[in-house]
Write a protein that binds this ligand. Structure first.
Ligand code: ZN
Length: 134
């Protein structure tokens, strides 16, 4: 069995992390699939998705700080849109995560959450969730 779900998020600015764990959990529940895998995919080039801690909001802030240190806005960049730093961060974080579905829910570590990472907002973004299993 397979099911495709989609939802959108509205970001407020650049380098913002949005916890979408609840939305992904709902997509898994709506699919009716109890055992399988779930792929969360972000179809954008300046936004990404990752797993990380949700207990302390400073974790996302600190990772953003480090990503900005790794990918600062550089005068040498040629891309006319002026957001090459956001494109680099997106490639570093990645467009998808694969999760285990067990007992009809996501199997996550105690401190793990699914984070949508916006690097060039504010924008309305799309997130796709494909659930495979039975
Ligand atoms: Zn661009």
């Amino acid at each position: 069995m397979t099911e495709l779900n989609e939802f959108s998020v509205r970001s407020r600015g650049r380098n913002e992390w949005i916890d979408v764990t609840g939305d992904v959990r709902r997509a898994v529940a709506d699919s009716g699939i109890k055992e399988g895998i779930c792929v969360v995919f972000v179809p954008h080039t300046t936004a990404a998705v990752t797993l990380n801690e949700n207990a302390d909001p400073d974790v996302g802030r600190d990772v953003n700080l480090q990503l900005s240190a790794i990918s600062p806005d550089r005068p040498e960049f040629r891309h006319s849109e002026g957001n090459s730093d956001a494109h680099v961060k997106t490639s570093l974080v990645g467009p998808s995560v694969t999760l285990i579905v067990s007992g009809g829910d996501l199997l996550l570590g105690t401190w793990q959450a699914v984070w949508f990472t916006e690097f060039d907002g504010p924008r309305t973004r799309k997130i796709l969730v494909r659930v495979l299993g039975e």
